[in-house]
Design a protein around this ligand. Structure first.
Ligand code: NAP
Length: 281
């Protein structure tokens, strides 16, 4: 592209992954760039793990304002940062980086996305109402547990196939009444739960469904699935049949994008109806 004053002033950010063509982030950020008339671009850049550091540093040299890091670069992204904030430190992963004063700053916006999705979809709900049940103990679960602790969930019960990963999270968030449970017991310990969230990949297109007996769950409890392809997972369908309010995962994806957009383009974007239609929210 020939350089002119417009392209020189273009503010650039990107999601870095391998592969990266499945990412919905360019759709979200480029929609906001158009909406707020910002002269900027958000790209999806595929970088192989061996070239990660050199290619990201080359993009910074070219003036990129920041990045989202996705699979398999979440650990490498964290190592690359000069400064990591408390949230990313606690969650143990950086999904958003921005360049300021010549330094790479790393943060994690997944907990923000998780909490704001629930706040938007069920405004009357309070996490402090009762225990939260978390299915899964991978990367997304850490962000969810962080969000739940920050929002004052009185107790957090983590059920994971590999129990020691749930125990590790429980130890990490020891101050927040977090405990690990056997995966096969996920249908029990539900009577007093106010919130149930699936953070496993079960239910995702190409993966087996998540089976869970919701018979003992109070019908006021909110049920959330982080999986968003498909939007209506078997967990959410069962929860609806049980009479529970349900929240899909796509809103978390959009909300987690907002703080990154603010860092790079200096506007805290709002989610409007056109964005909702674009993503089937
Ligand atoms: P991850 O770190 O790989 O963790 C995967 C989790 O799924 C682990 O707890 C794993 O259990 C469990 N799991 C996988 N297959 C299973 C099976 N057959 N039976 C029981 N448990 C199984 O992945 P992640 O990054 O946490 O992401 C998890 C899901 O959340 C993905 O579907 C992702 O798309 C979604 N997500 C959504 C958003 C959003 O914005 N909505 C954000 C982040 C992630 P083990 O520990 O036993 O292997």
């Amino acid at each position: 592209m020939p350089m002119n004053s417009d392209t020189q002033n273009l503010i650039k950010a990107a999601v870095i992954g391998h592969p990266v063509n499945q990412s919905k982030s360019p759709l979200i950020h480029n929609y906001w760039l158009r909406k707020y008339s910002i002269l900027g671009v958000y790209e999806a850049i595929d970088i192989e793990p061996d070239n990660f550091e050199s290619e990201v540093r080359a993009l910074i040299e070219k003036g990129y304002k920041g990045f989202n890091f996705t699979i398999p670069h979440k650990d490498a992204g964290m190592k690359l940062c000069d400064e990591i904030d408390d949230v990313a430190e606690k969650i143990g992963a950086v999904n958003t980086a921005y360049i300021a004063n010549g330094k790479i700053h790393g943060t994690n916006t997944d907990a923000f996305g998780f909490v704001h999705n629930i706040r938007t979809c069920v405004p009357e709900f309070r996490f402090s109402t009762g225990p939260a049940v978390v299915l899964g103990a991978g990367g997304a679960a850490k962000a969810v547990v962080h969000g739940l602790v920050e929002e004052g969930a009185p107790e957090i019960r983590i059920f994971n196939r590999t129990k020691n990963k749930a125990e590790d999270i429980a130890k990490k968030f020891a101050g927040g009444a977090v405990a690990a449970y056997d995966w096969d017991d996920r249908g029990i310990h539900l009577e007093d739960a106010a919130f149930v969230v699936n953070t496993t990949s079960l239910g995702m297109k190409g993966q087996p469904d998540l089976f869970m007996n919701l018979q003992d769950l109070n019908e006021k409890a909110v049920v959330n699935d982080l999986v968003y392809t498909p939007l209506q997972t078997s967990l959410l369908r069962n929860a609806k049949l049980n009479g529970n309010p349900t929240v899909t995962g796509v809103g978390m994806l959009v909300h987690q994008a907002r703080p990154g957009f603010k860092h790079w383009f200096d506007v805290m974007p709002k989610i409007d109806n056109e964005m909702r239609e674009l993503l089937g929210l």
